[in-house]
Design a protein around this ligand. Sequence first.
Ligand SMILES: [Zn+2]
Length: 362
Amino acid sequence: MSKFFFNKLFRCLSIFLLLNSSISPARSSSALAAWMLNSNGVLELRTKSNTKLKAYFKKGGKIIGDRFWIDFPGELQNPRIIEGNGPIKEIRLGKPIKGKTRLVVEFSANNNLKPLNWRLVGIDQNRWEIKLFSSPKNSFKSIGEGTVNKSYTNLKAKSERIYSRKRDFQFLKLPEIKRNNFYVVIDPGHGGPDPGAIGIGGLKESEVVLDVSKRVKKLLTEKGVKVRMTRNNEVDLDLPPRVSIANRTDADIFVSIHANASRGKRRDINGLETFYYSGWRGRLLAKKIQKQILKVSPGSPDRGVRQGRYFVIKNTRMPAVLVEIGFLTGRLDARRLEKSINRKRIAYAITKGILEYLSKTG
Ligand SMILES: [Zn+2]
């Protein structure tokens, strides 16, 4: 490849564009919280969670060295230059345009960089890393600002620990409703040969949701609600029979329980959502449940109450919802849903939402 083309190719090459889909709020302060260029050549970043980053590389010339930079949303307060060492000439933090933050790594001359092999990888909701160079031992001294390894998940885990210490028994409180007056169908998603979503560590949706559903059934029964499950064990059950159980027996409400998986099994995608098909009753039931399940899932995003055209909620004749209790492929949610105590919390939350709905509409 001629030098001309080489330069042209790298003039403004976007190496990797990472999208963090769910939220992109217009924030004013810089999304860059901390950075560290380690002696092994790995650049680590900590950002606000759900940040969109863009990374670029530009081949240098005689005066300016090769440059790698990342743009972050939000405006930097104080632009600055940090002196480098070894293969790094300097690191600059600036605001190239209003409302943005740019971190530039400028290399000293004669580096054998291979930018086409670089990958900016999201390692948590708020953490990123990219290997820029391989350095012989001790030829580069790490530079950085702030604490990069303050993991979002760790913070959440910590808050969850505090939460479980302080408010451990809060979730156990369920409202009283008129006994022997209501009839609910609970539908644990999938089953048997259809495991549904497969999550981190092989966590199976069909098993997780069956466990949660059984707990919900027990809790509702204790409150004097008649409950029927569409399946009680790991069997394959088509969608039409699930619906007909509820329609045939004239249930008051139908609650289908599922867990999510993200495309590409992205570990940074977590969150809870509840679907209804139509009607204010379905929507109210979805809202009551969504509100409660969020309370017992600290740190996991609220993906909202939404309309969905899923077969089981579209074809049932009573108010019906489909609850997604988290992403089994998400680091945060999987860690939560694999634990019995958290499934218990989710079951209490779903039960609470149902009881609140029943007492309101009863
Ligand atoms: Zn499912």
